[in-house]
Design a protein around this ligand. Structure first.
Ligand SMILES: Cc1cc2nc3c(=O)[nH]c(=O)nc-3n(C[C@H](O)[C@H](O)[C@H](O)COP(=O)(O)OP(=O)(O)OC[C@H]3O[C@@H](n4cnc5c(N)ncnc54)[C@H](O)[C@@H]3O)c2cc1C
Length: 477
């Protein structure tokens, strides 16, 4: 163990791993901390090595991934902390140039002193509340993908997929490959207009791999006779102990339900995939500024073009800066690492600056494509919250219904900040610390006030940002 590390990286996904490879090769002392048991992050999730189905080659779907994972498997130059959570980032009271990072894992909790922190903590599924969404059998797209990829577990038999994010199509492919039956894929947005399609084609050069993947999935759906319907949304899910059916309805171009169009689909599993949200809780706890971008992942961490956040010594990469896929995360990881090398070593300035500018240019080119995808699949949060009925549970940790929130707002019409709802109704106070209810509650308030989500704010993030055993903290040196 080093007394002071040069760089601590939160997250071993494409962003974190790419940063670790560059930084350690350039002589920085580096630790990578990930709450998962293995590296890979969300997109390259692996089954445990003991599983017969474990196939490390299945991860090599991106041009950069093969060499990156080969390096990670063999690297002893990095301190790896798996199954370990980063629960807080703090100022160092003795040295203003250092940060203290709280971690908790199999060996208990401890605090590491570091010169730089790179937060590459990824994203999570956008939770959407509608009547019946808490019934067993309603799952998020990322959740289903995780069950299949990391546990070889098929969570149902007859599936309905609803939403509009590209991840939904990847999950459809995964389910069909695993032998599942899909009743329908219901996409909320209407079929893109010719104008949108033409605009999108301008972003396609250089993306042939993803275009081929998309065509292959559409073809697979067709071969299996799975209907793909646009302008279709979910009204509610029905069932006693678990999902028995879903009620779908047609939507207009604003995702508003069209009257008398409801129909029932008998399924035992509903997969919901409207988008992803950046996991910014750690960055917010560290004091980094955030801004609202509904289409690109909700609240994102403010940063400059060298990925430095508003907090000195704290950088961000990957989905923290907006949902833009694994390739973008990989490039950003490298960029952040080179920036740390520039700031912390005596190496010649010019070649590093040249590398940084090259990476910035590649990121800009890649952005054209991801921005197009983001625009085409942006969730309409205001329309989604309109499906909620008074008895719909909005905060599932604390079991708070929509009615409880509305009654509080009726009684306190001057409330304009989501944290007041948290204090009064306990939404966001449970295990998930608001990851599940933040957007629903914020949209309820924003719709009521007729303002944007950026105006109602986000729950305050406190350490520990995710649950840590009290015993581990009590025994900390
Ligand atoms: C559920 C899900 C499934 C996805 N599937 C795909 C897919 O199939 N294809 C695709 O192209 N894109 C997918 N994406 C998008 C994907 O996240 C990005 O393309 C890419 O993986 C982003 O890389 P990243 O390094 O920024 O983050 P990630 O790959 O998400 O890695 C972040 C890592 O940080 C760790 N972490 C987070 N917080 C902490 C903490 N406090 N302490 C310790 N560790 C922490 C997480 O465990 C995770 O391993 C998925 C996203 C999600 C949320």
């Amino acid at each position: 163990m080093y007394e002071v590390l040069d760089l601590l990286i939160v997250g071993a996904g494409p962003a974190g791993l790419s940063a670790a490879r560059i930084a350690s090769a350039q002589g920085l002392t580096v630790a990578v901390v990930d709450e998962q048991a293995r590296f890979g992050g969300q997109v390259f999730r692996q089954a445990p090595g003991e599983f017969a189905a474990a196939d490390p080659d299945s991860m090599h779907t991106y041009p950069f991934s093969h060499s990156l994972f080969e390096w990670a498997r063999g690297s002893t130059a990095v301190q790896w902390h798996f199954s370990t959570l980063v629960w807080g980032i703090f100022d160092d009271q003795q040295d203003e140039h250092l940060r203290q990072v709280g971690i908790a894992g199999p060996n208990g909790a401890s605090v590491l002193k570091v010169r730089r922190v790179l937060i590459a903590a990824g994203a999570y599924d956008l939770p959407v509340a509608f009547p019946g969404w808490t019934l067993p059998g309603v799952l998020t797209a990322g959740g289903v993908q995780t069950m299949i990829k990391s546990q070889s577990l098929m969570p149902g038999q007859r599936f309905l997929l609803v939403g509009g994010h590209p991840l939904l199509l990847l999950v459809a492919e995964l389910l069909l490959d695993a032998g599942a039956q899909i009743a329908e894929v219901a996409i909320s947005r209407s079929l893109p207009k010719m104008r949108e399609m033409l605009r999108a084609t301008r972003a396609l050069p250089g993306q042939s791999r993803l275009v081929k993947q998309l065509i292959a999935i559409l073809w697979k759906l067709r071969r299996h006779g799975v209907p793909l319907r646009f302008g279709t949304g979910i009204a509610r899910v029905e069932g006693k102990e678990s999902v028995q059916a879903a009620i779908l309805c047609q939507l207009d171009h604003n995702w508003q339900a069209i009257g008398d169009t409801q129909r029932r689909v008998d399924v035992d599993t509903v997969v919901v995939g409207y988008g992803l949200l950046a996991s910014t809780e750690l960055a917010r706890q560290a004091g980094c500024g955030v801004y609202w971008d509904s289409a690109a992942g909700g609240w994102l961490v403010e940063h400059d073009d060298r990925l430095r956040s508003s907090q000195p010594g704290v950088l961000v990469a990957g989905e923290q800066t907006g949902i833009a896929g694994a390739f973008n995360a990989h490039l950003q990881g490298e960029l952040a690492a080179w920036q740390c090398v520039l700031e912390l070593t005596e190496q010649a300035y010019e070649p590093i600056e040249h590398t940084l500018l090259g990476l910035m240019a590649r990121l800009k080119r890649n952005r054209r494509f991801t921005d197009t995808v983001i625009t085409l699949s942006a969730p309409k949060l205001d329309a989604l919250t309109q499906r909620i009925t008074p008895d719909t549970v909005v905060c599932r940790c604390e079991e708070v219904t929509a009615q409880e929130v509305t009654q509080f707002l009726d009684a306190h019409p001057y409330v304009t900040d989501i944290n007041s709802i948290k204090l009064a109704c306990r939404t966001g106070m449970g295990m998930c610390q608001g990851r599940y209810c933040q957007h629903t509650v914020a949209q309820m308030l924003a719709s009521r006030l007729g303002c944007g989500m950026e105006q109602v704010g986000i729950y305050k993030a406190q350490a520990p940002v995710k649950p840590v055993p009290v015993m581990a903290l009590a025994n900390m040196e």
